[in-house]
Design a protein around this ligand. Structure first.
Ligand code: C5P
Length: 277
C-alpha cells in the first residue's frame, strides 16, 4: 500500500540547537507536509540551516522570518533568502502594500504569506498602539490589503480564519498557529482550536509546535495528528459534503462564500495541496 499523503501541518522547529531541529524534522517528515524554521534557528545558524533541515527529504520549508521594514530593505532581504528556495516566507502585513509587493517580486518562487495580527497581541495592545477597530476588523483590513498587494498566503488565528477565507476566496493559503489537539496543553497560546476545527474553518496549513516537538516521540505525535485529519477528510467525503474541504483543497470554483470578494487581482491556478483526497 502506498504511503498516505502528508498532513497539511507545518511543524514549528523551535529547537535550542540544530541537531535537535534536524532530528525533529527527520521524525515528522513522513507524516507532515512542512517544517517551519523561525527567527531563533535562522539567526543562530544562518542560511545553511535551511539546507540542513531540508536534507534529502524534500519536505516543504516555511521560513518564518516575519520581515518588517521599508520596501527596499524587505526586497533585499527577500532576495537574499529566495536563493534558499523556501516554499513559504512571512512578512508583516502592517509593513504596508509596497513592502509586501517588494517581497513578492523579490522571491518569485516562494509563497509570500503576510502575518496579520500576532496571536499574542490583544485588543488592549492594539488600542494602546492607536489601532482603531479591534483585532477582528484589523485582521480583515490587513488580509485584504496584503492579498491586493500580491501575497498568496496569510497567517491568522483559527478564530479569524473563516472570516478571512470568506473575504479572500479559496486560492489564498491560510496558515493558522494556535492549534492544539483536544486535551493538549495550551502553553502560552491564548486562542486555540483543534486541528480539525481549524481545517473545517478554512485553514490550509496548521502550524503546530510543542504538542509535537514536546512529545516523548515527535514522530508518533505527528503521525497521530495526521491520522486524525485523514479520518476527518474521509468522514466529510463519506457524508457527501466535500465542500467542507473545498477551500483547503483549492477547487478554484468561485462559491457563495467567496462571491463577495473584492478585486484582488487574477486568481492563480491552485496548486495541489498535501493531505487533500
Ligand atoms: O504550537 P506552538 O505554540 O508551539 O507553536 C508556536 C509557533 O507558532 C512558534 O514558532 C511561533 O512563532 C508560531 N506563531 C505563533 N503565533 C503567531 C505566529 C506564529 O505562535 N501568530
Amino acid at each position: 500500500m502506498s504511503n498516505p499523503a502528508p498532513a497539511p501541518v507545518a511543524v514549528a522547529l523551535d529547537a535550542p540547537d540544530l541537531e535537535t531541529a534536524a532530528r525533529w524534522a527527520g521524525l515528522v517528515t513522513p507524516h507532515v507536509s512542512t517544517v517551519k524554521i523561525g527567527l531563533e534557528l535562522y539567526l543562530r545558524y544562518g542560511p545553511e540551516v535551511v539546507a540542513s533541515i531540508r536534507g534529502a527529504s524534500g519536505v516543504r520549508v516555511f521560513l518564518d522570518l516575519k520581515l518588517h521594514d521599508i520596501p527596499a530593505t524587505v526586497a533585499g532581504a527577500a532576495r537574499a533568502v529566495a536563493r534558499l528556495r523556501p516554499d513559504l516566507l512571512t512578512v508583516h502585513a502592517i509593513g504596508g502594500p509596497d513592502a509586501i509587493r517588494a517581497a513578492v517580486q523579490a522571491a518569485p518562487g516562494t509563497t509570500v504569506a503576510a502575518v496579520t495580527i500576532l496571536t499574542s497581541q490583544s485588543e488592549t495592545d492594539l488600542a494602546r498602539a492607536g489601532m482603531a477597530g479591534g483585532v477582528h476588523d484589523t485582521v480583515m483590513r490587513l488580509a485584504g490589503l496584503a492579498v491586493a498587494a500580491g501575497a498568496r498566503g496569510l497567517v491568522c488565528s483559527p478564530h479569524e480564519v473563516a472570516a478571512v477565507r470568506a473575504e479572500v476566496g479559496p486560492d489564498i493559503t491560510l496558515i493558522t498557529p494556535g492549534v492544539r489537539p483536544a486535551g493538549a496543553d495550551n502553553h502560552d497560546q491564548a486562542r486555540v482550536a483543534t486541528p480539525e476545527e481549524a481545517l473545517r474553518a478554512g485553514a490550509d496549513l496548521l502550524v503546530i509546535g510543542r504538542p509535537i516537538t514536546g512529545a516523548p516521540d515527535p514522530g508518533a505525535a505527528a503521525a497521530a495528528i495526521a491520522a486524525s485529519l485523514r479520518r476527518m477528510a474521509l468522514a466529510v467525503l463519506s457524508r457527501g459534503n466535500p465542500r467542507a474541504l473545498r477551500s483547503r483543497c483549492g477547487s478554484g470554483r468561485i462559491t457563495g462564500r467567496a462571491s463577495g470578494r473584492r478585486d484582488l487581482g487574477p486568481r492563480p491556478v491552485p496548486a495541489s495541496r498535501p493531505g487533500c483526497p
